[in-house]
Design a protein around this ligand. Structure first.
Ligand code: NDP
Length: 407
């Protein structure tokens, strides 16, 4: 059997583990920093990277004794340099420095930049055969086949961080792959699970980012509200676990306690449970292949009393249908879907379009662009750029499906 990119193949853990965090100032990044700080002797921090939050980045770098800190936005270089003065920590800025952070010799890289902006540094970590804790799902959606092929070629171990994929990873018997019929990802349903489409028309960014179970960055919170997040996750799972669309199911589970399930041919279903706290899946990848402690609240099933499950509603959440169609179309469709969604979510957060316009923008962008093949990374950059331009045009032309929130 050929080894898949996600299939475990690492040897015994070295100590201290050398680690790098791409996106250290975000929600996943800060949770990762917290876990590192709890066990300072177990890790040596090679590099931390962020977009423009120089103050928080510098504070993290000082606390963790990082060797290098990078801001992708080079206008923030003076602020970073000043904040690190006298610390002996190297400061750098710009796109090339971001890739350099990923290229530094660490054993484990947390890929937690949001969006396709994480593609180049994440690929760099994959190319040098690192263990890559994969939170940045947009990278897997826009370039999944290239990333997994490169991981296989370079011996990189991909460790899924998304709670659902991490759950599957924990109960997926790679050596019994032939006996796996399908997997199921759970979805909380987000803050608008019970709303009609008409009731979703004028929701505000503040309402959309107020997730009932998880505290996350703004982009993924909006994706959860449209359920595009689950659509992206289905595509991500296709690449990580090498399963066909028909083997990837979604069930709505508002409590977010059961994160993922694997169905076996003998009728057994293995699931992973845990409180909705990203420190658990992050710790699972940080310690891998061993288990380390995480301070997440322990599950009290008697207190929870009830776990409920229901089928998702593709009428009210058309993002699910679009993402599934993009996966099945193959080629460039998922890359277009992702780029258009990034543009539309940013526009919604800026109050330039309404909530329902997000998915409408994605749909129109997909319709406007012909199907193409993706053979090389350059194809991804080109298609991503074109899709962003089309999505901006679609928005500029005005597609309002409802009143502008908060206007
Ligand atoms: P946040 O928005 O909280 O953080 C994003 C991080 O990426 C920040 O460190 C930000 O830096 C950095 N960043 C943003 N743009 C760029 C750029 N152009 N170049 C370099 N760095 C950049 O996001 P989350 O932590 O919520 O999510 C990160 C990824 O993990 C996403 O792909 C998300 O889908 C995924 N994920 C998140 C989960 C969660 O619980 N939050 C759960 C599962 C998956 P700065 O602070 O300077 O802007």
């Amino acid at each position: 059997m050929t080894e898949g990119a996600t299939q475990p193949h690492a040897g015994k853990r070295e100590k201290p583990r050398r680690v790098t965090i791409l996106g250290s100032t975000g929600s996943v990044g800060c949770n990762t920093v917290e876990l590192l700080e709890a066990e300072p002797d177990a890790y040596r921090v090679e590099a931390l990277a962020a977009y423009r939050n120089a103050d928080l980045l510098a504070a993290q770098a000082r606390r963790l004794g990082a060797r290098l800190a990078v801001v992708a936005d080079d206008t923030q270089y003076p602020a970073l340099k000043a904040a690190l003065a006298g610390s002996g920590i190297e400061a750098a800025a710009g796109a090339a420095a971001l890739v350099e952070a990923a290229a530094r010799p660490s054993d484990w890289v947390m890929a937690a930049i949001v969006g396709a902006a994480g593609l180049a540094p994440t690929m760099e970590a994959v190319r040098r055969g690192a263990m890559v804790a994969f939170a940045n799902k947009e990278v897997m959606v826009c370039a999944g086949a290239l990333v997994t092929a490169e991981a296989r070629r370079c011996g990189a171990q991909l460790l899924p961080v998304d709670s659902e994929h991490n759950a599957i990873f924990q109960v997926f018997a790679f050596e019994q792959r032939a006996a796996i019929e399908r997997i199921m990802l759970t979805a909380s349903g987000g803050p608008f699970l019970k709303r009609t489409l008409a009731e979703m028309e004028d929701v505000t960014p503040e309402q959309a980012v107020a997730h009932p179970n998880w505290r996350m960055g703004a982009k993924i919170s909006v994706d959860s509200a449209t359920m595009m997040n689950k659509g992206l996750e289905v595509i991500e799972a296709h690449h990580l676990f090498e399963l066909a669309s028909a083997q990837l199911e979604i069930v709505v589970h508002p409590q977010s306690v059961v994160h993922g399930l694997v169905y076996y041919s003998d009728g057994s279903v293995l699931a992973q449970l845990g409180s909705p706290d990203m420190r658990t899946p992050i710790a699972n990848t940080l310690g891998w292949p061993e288990r380390i402690a995480a301070p997440s609240p322990r599950l009290d099933l008697a207190k929870l009393a009830q776990l409920t499950f229901e089928a998702p509603d593709p009428e009210r959440f058309p993002a699910l249908r679009l993402a599934r169609a993009a996966l099945e179309a193959g080629g460039a469709a998922a890359c277009v879907l992702n780029a258009a969604n990034e543009v539309a979510v940013a526009s919604f957060l800026d109050r330039r379009i309404g909530f329902l316009d997000i998915v409408a923008t994605v749909e129109r962008t997909l319709e406007a662009l012909p199907d193409r093949r993706i053979d090389r990374l350059e194809d991804v950059y080109e298609i991503d750029g074109e899709a962003r331009a089309v999505a901006r045009r679609v928005i500029g032309n005005g597609l309002r499906t409802g009143p502008r929130p908060g206007a």
